[in-house]
Design a protein around this ligand. Structure first.
Ligand code: ADP
Ligand code: MG
Length: 362
């Protein structure tokens, strides 16, 4: 056991496979170079003291009485993780967590999962807890589901945990397995934040999740993982439910096609799948916004862009584009200018490469 530790957990970008995680499908994602850092130390009192440099807030709560906070809801992510660890039988006592981050919040890059994963790693290092990496991701997901109340799938936490530099992560949520797929060195990832944080977090997300469950139930299957597009055409489903399901099944298919494209170095074919994914978000899943649509349309017209789509839950946040390495400055200049002209809003860019997953720094 150590008295102090510093941990880091990265944000993630979903590259293909939108809303497929809780439908037990496939996702291609990557950890990015930005993330949450936690400096942690053990305390002799049975309390949790948490402060964030990001929002300049701090809280203190007794370990014996961990409950969701309403005023400092930001702290529910780390408090929830500790609560879930205790409820799962892990033995730990008081600690202090000092959070800092270079990840934008609510931008669709999963600062929430980064915060959870960095917290779990800190507890692991301070109290010598033993759990496998996938279990760590699952415990963090449980905290977000049960303590924060967002019914998110495992994508965010698993990507933050399993990230690898220069590799995309292929997650299979039915078998709960992870593989890596190399991203060719001449390709980079460009993230453009629409400047509109995802709105209606929880509400819209949980509604989509319910619609997917309803579709699976109507088809008499456990999850949409077991559905095919042909089946969706032939079974009587209401119009909206059918479109939601078509998105999810199409996304999982596109992930598998995307893996083949990357393995044979066909970057444009991969990019076309990203554009197709965005169109499906627009018309089938209706989780895009006019701002994200403008960003993707501009990307489509800009030389050096292979493909572009919204990333993460949707309803705001960021787009991810696969671009030719070396073209980033020109692409960002062109798109930012046009975006401002067309929407009056400003987008901000992050150029990144697939990066290493969560780790104990000291
Ligand atoms: P995303 O995960 O896409 O960034 P979420 O709405 O799921 O968006 O999570 C963002 C929330 O996570 C913030 O509103 C805040 O409550 C919490 N959070 C993330 N990082 C930090 C941080 N560094 N300090 C305090 N709270 C944070
Ligand atoms: Mg989140």
């Amino acid at each position: 056991m150590s008295e102090t530790t510093t941990t880091f957990a990265p944000g993630r970008v979903e590259i293909l496979g939108n809303h497929t995680d809780y439908n037990l499908g496939f996702v291609l994602s990557a950890a990015i170079h930005l993330g949450v850092t936690i400096e942690a130390s053990r305390l002799s009192e049975e309390i949790l003291e948490i402060s964030s440099e990001t929002n300049q807030r701090s809280i203190s709560i007794e370990l014996s009485n961990l409950r969701p906070l309403t005023e400092d809801a930001w702290a529910n992510y780390p408090v929830g993780v500790i609560k879930v660890l205790l409820a799962s039988g892990f033995r730990l006592s008081g600690m202090r967590l000092n959070i800092s981050s270079d990840l934008p919040l609510g931008a669709g890059l999963s600062s929430s999962a980064a915060l959870e994963v960095a917290t779990a790693l800190a507890a692991k290092a301070l109290f010598d807890l033993e759990f496998e990496k996938m279990r760590l991701a699952q415990l963090c997901q449980k905290a977000e589901n049960e303590f924060v109340g967002v019914q998110s799938g495992l994508l965010d936490q698993a990507s933050s945990v399993f990230g690898k530099s220069h590799q995309l992560i292929l997650l299979d949520f039915l078998n709960v397995t992870v593989e890596t797929v190399s991203l060719p060195a001449n390709a980079s990832l460009l993230l453009l934040n629409s400047g509109v944080p995802h709105q209606l977090t929880g509400g819209e997300y949980n509604e989509r999740r319910k619609q997917c469950m309803l579709a699976a139930k109507s088809l008499g299957i456990k999850s949409l993982r077991d559905a095919t597009l042909a089946q969706l055409e032939s079974v009587p489903l209401d119009e909206v439910t059918r479109r939601r399901a078509i998105h999810v099944v199409g996304e999982s298919d596109r992930v598998l096609q995307g893996v083949q494209a990357l393995r044979s170095n066909r970057l444009q074919a991969f990019g076309d799948l990203m554009f197709a994914s965005h169109v499906s978000s627009q018309i089938n899943f209706e989780n895009s916004t006019s701002y994200l649509d403008v960003l993707v349309d501009l990307a489509r017209k800009t030389p050096g862009v292979f493909g572009s789509r919204l990333t993460g839950g949707g309803f705001g946040g960021s787009t991810v584009s696969l671009i030719q390495a070396g073209y980033a400055n020109e692409i960002v200049r062109t798109i930012s200018l046009e975006y401002h002209k067309m929407t009056g809003a400003n987008c901000s860019a992050i150029l990144t490469e697939p990066s290493e997953g969560a780790r104990i720094l000291s």
